[in-house]
Design a protein around this ligand. Structure first.
Ligand SMILES: [Fe+2]
Ligand SMILES: [Fe+2]
Length: 136
């Protein structure tokens, strides 16, 4: 199964945020593993709980940092987070209704994993230059 990993191009300039990204990546890999290996509903449910709660905490922290450093993509970042939260709850509904399926595994890969790596590289990483050269 394809897994995702943290890369230096994902750096945000803030170690705590980078560590949160690493945690999200680890749990997404665990989720894909649990689903593709046909693990029980309780295990998948537990991972979805952890991931959902942690993502919301991370988004709040990151949005505060972008505001603090006057990051030009702050609004775009916040909107993307809202979209992810909506996608995540939709995906979760599908899981509650039908359990794990090949379709759901594909959704985890494209709508959560590929989304997260693309979002970190394309948007979150734009915080790094703002941290290095803050506008006072
Ligand atoms: Fe973000
Ligand atoms: Fe992020």
């Amino acid at each position: 199964m394809p897994t995702i990993s943290w890369e230096p191009s994902m750096t945000t300039g803030i170690e705590a945020l980078d560590n949160q990204h690493k945690q999200l990546i680890t749990w997404l890999n665990d989720l894909l593993d649990a689903m593709s290996m046909g693990r029980g509903r309780a295990e998948v449910d537990g991972l979805l709980d952890k991931l959902g709660g942690y993502a919301v905490m991370h988004f709040g922290h990151e949005e505060d940092c972008m505001t603090k450093y006057n990051c030009p993509v702050a609004a775009k970042n916040a909107t993307a987070h809202q979209e992810f939260i909506a996608t995540f709850s939709n995906l979760r509904e599908e899981f509650e209704k039908n359990g794990t399926s090949a379709h759901l595994v594909l959704r985890v890969e494209s709508e959560l994993m590929r989304w997260l790596t693309g979002h970190i590289k394309g948007t979150d990483s734009q915080l790094a230059p703002c941290v290095r050269h803050p506008i006072s």
